[in-house]
Design a protein around this ligand. Structure first.
Ligand code: DON
Length: 312
């Protein structure tokens, strides 16, 4: 059974940060855009926000990094708020077993992406967030939403990273155009991608990210205001998707090793949610062969072992 709050949580995160600082094997930093390529692979940060309102942090927990695909959790939450379960007519809920930017399943599956966390699915979600807005308004909505969740107006979008995404996003453009040919993208592709690239370029620290994920451990409720961001059932379902699809073709391995719903990004961040117990963010920029943070995954494995927080 999960432990409600491990009494020595600060000692645990300190120990994990010390172990990670000494690790040589860090994986490879994403290098497809300069804004990510120049990040020092030596970074490691961890922040744990617990259900009772406390925060335990260690390492580079206050350094901002590009949250990349972790943003897909927040964009999905906004999209569900706009169109509800109608979203599931346009995006599936199954693991893809393929790389995050793969196009292969779209042909046989009529342009319906397997889930909202692979790039194709996230691009459909961006199309939903864009509805009725100019792209700048949609981007502003995502930024304001994340700031509100974290209770922190200091969160920004890194425009250089967003521009780098646009300059190199040929596959994402291919995915969006391909889905548009099936009628599953409703707005001009450049506008949809503009929203997607800017949400990926959100820059946040582990502390800010852990705070932004708190509503998912609180059955959808914003812990600072008491208002519901989503219903309890929807929070459970977002967590389920994180567990099954949050690490792309590495999701099975992550569930096997860590056993906590989590969403990764190529900036090296991972957001994890232990329902009823904690919201956790880790960051280390070196990635494994599946595009997930090498030390972030290891740190979460250590944390789950030390706390008993695996949901299994
Ligand atoms: O779509 C892209 O290529 C980037 N914005 C990366 C997205 C991402 O983080 C995928 N994840 N692991």
């Amino acid at each position: 059974m999960p432990v409600t709050v491990a009494p020595d949580l600060q000692a645990i995160v300190d120990r994990i940060a010390a172990e990670m600082a000494g690790r040589e094997e860090r994986g490879k930093v994403a290098d497809y855009i300069p804004g990510l390529a120049r990040v020092d692979p030596k970074h490691f940060g961890i922040a744990v926000a617990t259900h009772d309102g406390r925060m335990f942090a260690a390492g580079d927990a206050d350094a901002a990094f590009s949250i990349q695909s972790v943003s897909k959790v927040f964009a999905l939450t906004i999209a569900l708020g706009k169109v509800g379960d109608a979203l599931w007519k346009r995006v599936g809920r199954e693991p893809s077993g393929n790389a995050f930017n793969s196009i292969v399943q779209l042909e046989a599956e009529q342009g319906i992406p397997r889930n909202p966390f692979i790039n194709a699915g996230a691009i459909v979600v961006s199309d939903v967030v864009l509805a009725g807005h100019a792209p700048k308004e949609a981007i502003g909505e995502i930024l304001r939403f994340v700031r509100d969740l974290a209770g922190d107006d200091g969160i920004v979008i890194d425009d250089e990273v967003a521009q780098g995404e646009a300059d190199t996003g040929f596959r994402n453009a291919a995915l969006a155009n391909y889905m548009r040919s099936f009628g599953n993208i409703h707005h001009p592709v450049d506008q949809v991608l503009g929203v997607y690239f800017h949400q990926c370029a959100l820059a946040m620290s582990c502390r800010q990210l852990a705070r932004a994920g708190r509503f998912l451990m609180h059955e959808g409720q914003h812990p600072d205001t008491g208002f519901n961001i989503v219903s309890p059932m929807r929070a459970r379902r977002i967590n389920a998707l994180m567990m099954l699809c949050g690490h792309y073709d590495g999701s099975g391995e992550f569930a096997f090793r860590v056993g906590i719903p989590g969403k990764s990004g190529v900036g090296g961040g991972i957001l994890c949610v232990v329902p009823g117990i904690a919201s956790i963010a880790v960051w280390s920029p070196g990635l494994n062969e599946r595009g997930n943070s090498t030390l972030g995954s290891l740190a979460l494995e250590r944390l789950a072992a030390a706390t008993g927080w695996s949901v299994f």
